[in-house]
Design a protein around this ligand. Structure first.
Ligand SMILES: [Fe+2]
Ligand SMILES: [Fe+2]
Length: 133
């Protein structure tokens, strides 16, 4: 059983930016669906999640550039680490390692998501608000 639970979406998870919050709601929903998937269904769930996450990260980066978020390189650097991680999971999934995919979606990503949202994403949303966005 996963040791880290996937948070249910509610307003306490919002960072106060409509674009970021909409992506975060989708992240939480996709993780919850993937956690219920059978092994046969899991690859399709992972593919949908990976596509969503890449778009989610890119949208945040557009906002950072648009509003001149000063620590953009740090936030983008963390996103790039996650992009490499996704590629690694994709390679292992192609070799049939579904246990790794399941652990990634039910333990690694939920823990990362909450920490990342509470730090870099929250700071980005605060900066955007301070700039009138
Ligand atoms: Fe985010
Ligand atoms: Fe982020």
């Amino acid at each position: 059983m996963p040791t880290i639970s996937i948070p249910a979406w509610d307003s306490s998870l919002e960072v106060g930016n409509a674009i970021i919050d909409a992506d975060h709601k989708e992240t939480v929903e996709l993780l919850a669906e993937a956690a219920k998937a059978s092994d046969a269904e899991l690859p399709a769930h992972f593919k949908a999640f990976a596509q969503h996450l890449r778009e989610h990260l890119a949208r945040e980066e557009e906002l950072m550039h648009q509003y001149g978020f000063p620590p953009t390189p740090i936030h983008v650097g963390e996103h790039n680490r996650v992009r490499l991680e996704l590629e690694g999971i994709e390679k292992r999934m192609a070799m049939g390692n579904l246990a790794l995919v399941r652990g990634y979606l039910t333990e690694v990503v939920p823990e990362w998501f909450v920490n990342h949202k509470n730090t870099m994403d929250s700071a980005t949303a605060s900066w955007i608000r301070s700039q009138g966005g």
